[in-house]
Design a protein around this ligand. Sequence first.
Ligand code: BEZ
Ligand code: FE
Length: 279
Amino acid sequence: MEPMSADQLTAEVVERLEGTTNPRLRVVMQSLVRHLHAFAVEVALTDEEWMQGIQFLTATGQKCDDVRQEFILLSDTLGLSSLVDLINHAGDEPGATEPTILGPFYVPNSPERSFGASMVEFDDGGEQTIVRGIVTDVDGQPIADAVLDVWQNSANGFYAVQQPDVQPATNLRGIYRTQADGSYEFRTVRPQPYSIPDDGPVGQLLKATGRHPFRAAHLHVKVSAPGFIGTTTHVFDAESDYLDSDTVFGVKGSLIRSFTPDLDGQLVCAMDFALRSDG
Ligand code: BEZ
Ligand code: FE
């Protein structure tokens, strides 16, 4: 038998996947193999480096549990989560609010809170603020009874789910609904820039590659309404650090808003959301 070249080996593995009955799985797996092999060839991957890679992936899996999702952090910090978001929404109807990454701290079944109610359940000394706006369709028509599922971090930089012994589980989380005119409003504290969890393999990789682990200050919102395509997005604080270097590449210019004092000195962030019809 002649010794095999790298190209021949790649072709053989791709050929071996021809029998995949699910056509989409076949396309995805064959392309993955081609790209993985090309990557290994391009960097002339050594045995030691590949073993280090396997150890890194093993440690990433071992770091995962019910509330810690190291693989999501890996995807986010490599820009893959944002790339998938970009690929899937590049052709969206103009006028709709841009989505951005979900992140690992979303917890379903937040408490329903009334118009204007506060979602602060833990006094962390944060700067009190009102967030308000309207939810419309892409033509600007208000949507009544739209749902805003909101979550954010506390002034200490952590989400409630990260600090079960410190914060009440539903602190800074809430489900709000729009009124007949499409308006919503809630009270909260100003979100803070924060470090993503960096005490695991992803944090080590960030350090080894000279990167910081910080996200620009933001609150998360999932907006949905019957008859419309829901969106998962953020509102970023225009005065935050890291808007230009968010460690998970989640910032979009259209999602940046000011937190500005009104005539009574009350801090207000105004953010409208527009949803695409699903019809
Ligand atoms: C977040 O915004 O909650 C988040 C996103 C990606 C990684 C870590 C946190
Ligand atoms: Fe976040």
